[in-house]
Design a protein around this ligand. Structure first.
Ligand code: HCB
Length: 225
């Protein structure tokens, strides 16, 4: 087991060890480490290693599932600490999140939701495998400002476009901004499908959401976070 805490966190994800992952998260908080540092420098790099090992055929699906379980265990400790920060801020806007139809990856989306909440957004997470019509219906129900659509597979990326089409069909497109993300998603793809923005990670998703709110209601929010 590595002695550097971030390396140990990373290794706990690679090993698919939920107990180790959560106890390292507890130790980090007790030592005064910022939860976001633990996520960005420890756990997320571990998930990236897992993805690479899987792509090289050095890891199999059950291993990847165990790693996801370890990531969830760490997040269950860190998430409440991050969310606490949100209650100290004015309401920044309403965001609906979901992973697109055919796709069950959720870790990145959950992280985006946690950080948006930490920065004062009201977040409604629809979950995974969500059709465009469901995003649109929830946007109408909650009078949402932004929809954030996640896709982790090259085969499900195109369903992000389906969300935009569903929003157009329901007459809500001019009122609701759409941001897209997920490992295979790029700015170019976002432009191609007519999304309002793309974010490569959760921190950038927060900055983007604030920019989109600024576009909706100029002068309502300062841009710094
Ligand atoms: Co999955 N999987 N997987 N997987 N998986 C990937 C995504 C591959 C890249 C692995 C690889 O081959 N290298 C690959 C996709 C290849 C491709 O399409 N080109 C892959 C595959 C192939 C598959 C299956 C098809 C495997 C199979 O069954 N044979 C299967 C698909 C099931 C399905 O969805 N229908 C599958 C299943 C799984 C699980 C269930 C084992 C598990 C998911 C568990 C869960 O989420 N509950 C899993 C995992 C964990 C991964 C990897 C290893 C990690 C994903 C992850 O959590 N990353 C991933 C490898 C990788 O991505 N490098 C691999 C960490 C988070 C923090 O990053 O990119 O998701 P993120 O999110 C970021 C960022 O993108 C952005 O902010 C987030 C936070 O910083 N963001 C947004 C995300 N959404 C946003 C939305 C916004 O609006 C704005 C920003």
């Amino acid at each position: 087991m590595p002695t550097d805490p971030f390396s140990a966190m990373r290794q706990s994800i690679i090993d698919g060890a939920p107990d180790t992952a959560s106890s390292l998260a507890q130790q980090a908080l007790a030592a005064g480490t910022a939860p976001l540092d633990a996520i960005n420098n420890g756990y997320v790099p571990g998930m990236h290693d897992v993805g690479e090992q899987f792509a090289r055929g050095q890891m199999y699906l059950p291993d990847m599932m165990a790693s996801a379980e370890a990531m969830r265990a760490a997040m269950s400790i860190l998430d409440p600490e991050l969310r606490k920060l949100g209650t100290e801020r004015p309401m920044a806007g309403t965001v609906i999140l979901g992973t697109t139809k055919g796709d069950i990856h959720e870790i990145g989306k959950i992280l985006v939701g946690t950080l948006l909440t930490a920065h004062g957004f009201l977040v409604h997470d629809l979950g995974v495998d969500i059709a465009g019509e469901k995003f649109a219906a929830k946007a109408r129900e909650l009078n949402a400002d932004i929809i954030g659509v996640s896709a982790l597979l090259t085969t499900t990326m195109r369903n992000q476009k389906g969300v935009i089409e569903a929003l157009e069909k329901s007459g809500l497109r001019s009122q609701v901004k759409i941001m897209v993300g997920g490992a295979p998603v790029t700015r170019r793809w976002a432009d191609e499908i007519g999304a309002d923005g793309y974010a490569p990670n959760a921190m950038r998703a927060v900055a983007l959401a604030r920019e989109l709110m600024q576009q909706k209601q100029p002068a309502a929010l300062p841009l710094h976070i």
